[in-house]
Design a protein around this ligand. Structure first.
Ligand code: FAD
Ligand code: NAI
Length: 335
């Protein structure tokens, strides 16, 4: 049985793991955080949960559309029928309705990671892989306190490009791909009210403002309506400029903007929280969905390989699994 180690339990790593496990591989997934999902994240604070990273996803590729249908049938996703507004550079708020199907995990984004995990995958959370090494034919993974996990035929690195690069030095081609990928940061702020805010919109894309996106988190399907929570995402330029600013100063600043432009009548919020995503978004695909060094049995996947977005990450992991399985075929025929 082919033994595969996957570093990173975001949607790309889990999509890859799920497809490999379904094909009969033994898959171990290593994740540095306490939970799974990566940037498809639901956080808890002040007794409630909110989507701090990905806000929703769209599905355009037929394979991902089929996957979303399956998640919907399992009750793990629901359509979010939001009618967005836009905020222009002068601060004007205008309705901007569309008929784009947008999807969210239910009751939270992490439901998707749980669907992908299934029973056959061994998950090791709270384990940051610091380095990897390859013996004659097998990979070993090294974590803190001299912990070693070894005996893997194939290694999949499914971390954001800057975190993937040091784990890919064995393959100059894959290493160069990861060091060449550009990832931008994003400050996320959560605004919590303990009484209804009275705000008359549910979500907005903003242009030429410090914030590029805002949404009523508590209005998404499956979320608790109260306490009312809003998530604001800072624009890439603003986030880069304030990358090292203290979180509470960022929260206050972006809330002040929100109160002026969107919520002049709203009560004072009960609480604010800010989180910095250092490697949040990526612009262009750097390879054709994923890349695999067959000689080393080393692969990379992630949204940075596939143009960003949840859909891109899933397609990337799915494509890498197919490459790994295809590379095994000749050997299996010989046996
Ligand atoms: P990740 O989710 O980053 O997963 C990688 C995992 O690897 C992480 O869990 C990380 O902890 C782990 N890891 C890294 N290094 C190591 C190591 N050394 N050892 C062990 N584990 C490691 N997309 C949309 O489609 N719609 C949106 O509305 C949207 N909004 C977004 C808003 C924000 C603020 C952010 C940050 C992202 C948003 N995205 C959105 C993008 C989307 O979240 C990502 O494209 C997608 O989730 C990336 O998945 P991934 O598996 O490639 O990477
Ligand atoms: P989508 O089709 O809803 O949006 C794509 C883009 O089209 C939006 O960014 C927005 O600029 C524009 N748009 C869509 N509907 C609009 C409307 N009704 N009115 C005005 N403009 C509209 O979703 P898709 O393609 O799946 O993109 C995902 C979203 O995730 C994007 O908004 C993207 O910016 C966001 N994202 C954010 C990241 C971050 O770090 N904050 C990282 C990765 C993605």
């Amino acid at each position: 049985m082919l033994r595969v180690a996957v570093i990173g339990a975001g949607i790309a790593g889990l999509a890859c793991a799920a497809r490999l496990a379904a094909a009969g591989c033994r898959v171990d997934v290593f994740e540095k955080s306490r939970g799974t999902g990566g940037r498809l994240a639901t956080r808890r604070d002040h007794g409630t949960g909110f989507d701090l990273g990905a806000q929703y996803f769209t599905a355009r590729d037929p394979a991902f559309v089929a996957q979303v249908d399956a998640w919907r049938a399992a009750g793990a996703v629901a359509r979010w029928d939001v009618q967005p507004h836009v905020i222009d550079a002068t601060g004007r708020l205008l309705p901007s309705p569309d008929d784009t199907p947008r999807w969210v995990g239910t009751p939270s984004m992490t439901a998707i990671a749980q669907q992908l995990l299934g029973r056959q995958i061994v998950l090791c959370t709270g384990t940051r892989i610091e380095s990897v090494s390859r013996g004659a034919h097998r990979w070993s993974l090294h974590a803190a306190e001299h912990l070693v996990f070894d005996g893997f035929d194939v290694l999949v690195v499914a971390a954001p490009a800057p975190q993937a690069a040091p784990l890919l030095v064995a393959s100059p081609v894959l290493h160069a791909l990861a060091t060449g990928a550009v990832m931008e940061s994003c400050w996320a702020v959560v605004v919590g009210y303990d009484e209804p805010s009275g705000i008359r919109l549910d979500a907005a894309f903003a242009r030429g403002q410090p914030v590029s996106w805002l949404a009523r988190n508590s209005g998404k399907p499956g979320r608790a309506m109260m306490p009312e929570t809003w998530v604001l995402h800072a624009a890439p330029g603003w986030s880069e400029e304030h990358l090292e600013a203290p979180a509470d100063a960022v929260a206050r600043h972006l809330h002040r903007w929100f109160a002026q432009v969107v919520a002049p009548q709203a009560p004072e919020p009960a609480w604010l929280a800010a989180h910095r995503w250092r490697f949040a978004r990526t612009g262009h695909a750097v390879v054709d969905a994923s890349a695999y060094d067959e000689a080393l049995q080393l692969g990379v996947c992630g949204d940075w390989c596939s143009g960003g977005r949840v859909e891109g990450a899933w397609l990337s992991g799915h494509a890498l699994a197919a490459r790994i399985l295809a590379a095994q075929l000749p050997r299996n025929f010989v046996q």
